[in-house]
Design a protein around this ligand. Structure first.
Ligand SMILES: [Zn+2]
Ligand SMILES: [Zn+2]
Ligand SMILES: [Zn+2]
Length: 261
């Protein structure tokens, strides 16, 4: 399996509109961050996590030619409002795209994208998706996936753990945990023995609905994944300067980062 980071940025993206800070003015491409999303490729198929507002640009920039399924973490605007761009993947694959989320996520999608579910409009003008309940464990695109909750302030957000479904394949596993301020003990247990962890770290200091850098490092210290990448990053992180101060197995994610497991 291969993980492609489509976006490593917080809800504003980086650069931030109208900001003149050194990170927003930086010429380092690793300081340019689309809104947060990853693509998990396996056996010539691809699972997208969240549909950020820049999905079209992310797909064009990083050569994403197919999406076979979408998993949602939650429905904040920075994770949801690129869903209409799924149309193009319907056209390419000539099939509906299954979209996974809990009841609250599905209700938000039905409300925000009510035109998708109305019978009055048809043709290529709207995405063709089917909504599915996310289960604690399921298999998709040859991958075994576990879902569990973390807290984003008061909001429960879905986190996902992946490994190959084929028991003869590599046992490597990774998890994607974005938009989190607290990980309940039972979810911490689901995050042990990871080869790779993607974890939220929105800014250097604690935030009401996100872990800050030091809290993220404490979580990583407790969980001991082999490698960890911090994501959902704001303009307070200069990629090279912060990376130079992090432990060697922890790095800032960046748009276009690709990892094979
Ligand atoms: Zn977010
Ligand atoms: Zn800035
Ligand atoms: Zn959020």
């Amino acid at each position: 399996m291969e993980i492609l980071v489509l976006g490593s940025g917080t809800s504003h993206g980086v650069p931030v509109i109208g900001c003149h800070c050194p990170v927003c003015l930086s010429s380092n491409p690793k300081n340019r961050r689309f809104r947060a999303s990853i693509l998990v490729r396996n056996a010539n198929q691809a699972i997208l996590i969240d549909t950020p507002p820049e999905l079209r640009l992310q797909a064009i920039t990083f050569g994403v030619h197919r999406v076979d399924a979408v998993l949602f973490t939650h429905t904040h605007a920075d994770h949801l409002f690129g869903l209409d761009d799924l149309r193009r993947f319907n056209d390419i694959l000539l099939q509906d795209i299954p979209v996974y989320g809990d009841a609250a996520i599905q209700a938000d999608i039905r409300r925000a994208y009510d035109y998708i579910f109305r019978q009055t409009q048809s043709g290529g003008g709207k995405p063709c998706i089917t909504l599915h309940d996310v289960l604690p464990e399921f298999t998709l695109c040859g991958l075994h996936i576990q879902s569990f909750y973390v807290l984003h302030g008061q909001l429960p957000v879905l986190a996902y753990r992946f490994r190959h479904a084929d028991p003869g394949a590599s046992p490597a596993s990774f998890a994607y945990v974005t938009d989190v301020s607290y990980i309940p003990p039972e979810s911490m247990e689901q995050l042990r023995n990871l080869d790779l962890l993607f974890l939220d770290a929105v800014q250097l200091h604690p935030h009401p609905t996100h872990v800050g850098l030091n809290q993220a490092l404490e979580v990583i210290e407790e969980l001991q994944p082999r490698r960890a990448y911090l994501t959902h990053l704001s303009h307070y992180f200069d990629h090279d300067a912060v990376n130079a101060q992090l432990p060697s197995h922890v790095q800032l994610a960046y748009d276009g980062l690709t990892i094979a497991l």
